[in-house]
Design a protein around this ligand. Sequence first.
Ligand code: GLA
Length: 391
Amino acid sequence: MDEPTPEAALRSAFEARFGRPPALVSDAGGRVNLIGEHTDYHEGFVLPAAIDLRTHAAGAPRSDDLLHVYSEPVGNEVKVSTSGLKPWTGGLDWRAYVLGPFWALLREGWPVPGADILIRSDVPFGSGLSSSASVQVALVGLGAHLARGALVPSDAARLARRAENDFCHVPCGIMDQLASACGRDRHAIRIDCRTGSVEPVPLPPDWALVVADSGVKHSVAGEEYAKRQRECEAGMAVLRDRHPHVRTARDVDRDMLEAARGALADLSFRRLRHVVTENERVLEAQRLLASRDPAAVGALLAASHESLASDYDVSCPELDTLVDIASTVPGVLGARLTGAGWGGNTVNLVRAERAHEVCDAIRDQYARRSGRRIAVRVVHASRGWIATPQS
Ligand code: GLA
């Protein structure tokens, strides 16, 4: 017998749990960021892609105002009435991530009804591939449809970010949500995080993306992420004093930064040097992708990792080892940490015809060096958020 499609399997699981079919399935991508790390909250540039590791949310409206959400990855459920939703207090856990999207919609006047909801996801949790953004985008999309409204993907991203910033109190930028919502098959997207503009950038068909999971969990909700923002902000105060047109680090160039070096704490100088040079690398990578110069894109990935490790200080020994191993594996064009860092995955740009050998080689060499076997897999640049009515 044929295997059911993932959507049919989700429908059956929903029926088994709630005793009726779902009205809608909403599905959003995890993401891998090719380049442009820790630039989004400085209104800079990023070049991520949505991937084929995804979160699906199936839902059906209820006649009362109860949100009954079951998360398969967590193996638990939460029940809250829509009128009782308020920003999360206390320790952050999965419930905040699944309730925040409904709060964000309600706050902007969407008449979200009570609903039964089932979440299924194959985006690994806490591994820098945006499991939380994909859940939040999928749920914003689901909630908007249940409220009988039309939502464009960029608004799904904006609301998902609002949920993360103002409900979960996590000060993330807009990259993950825009990638998850606005991704395109076989494309990366170049995002200008000041204007929110999204440009599709075709990925050459003879290149593939491999992600290698360091096995070290990280969370953007941790103290270090917010600390980087404060360290940059201390330097930005000096730069704004000198240059009235400067609003964020996006407006700073190398000469301005170099000229201010003596007035900046070394830490702030290095943090900002990462942001300024990383923005340049994103724009350069976009140009090189158009000219299909893989070696040059690979070198930019290597430079990005080096800058993240030494200037922004967000790498860890496991990620450095993975990047080091990748530099010796035939078929790898370049590698770097992807996402916030401190753990999670590396992204490797590889020759498509060698992608599976590359996965084996990285896995084996990492096991030899560390004694641990990790997940190394090919991911495909995929579409972003999509909602499918079920009747
Ligand atoms: C996390 C955040 C993003 C971005 C990256 C670092 O993924 O959610 O907004 O800041 O870290 O580039």
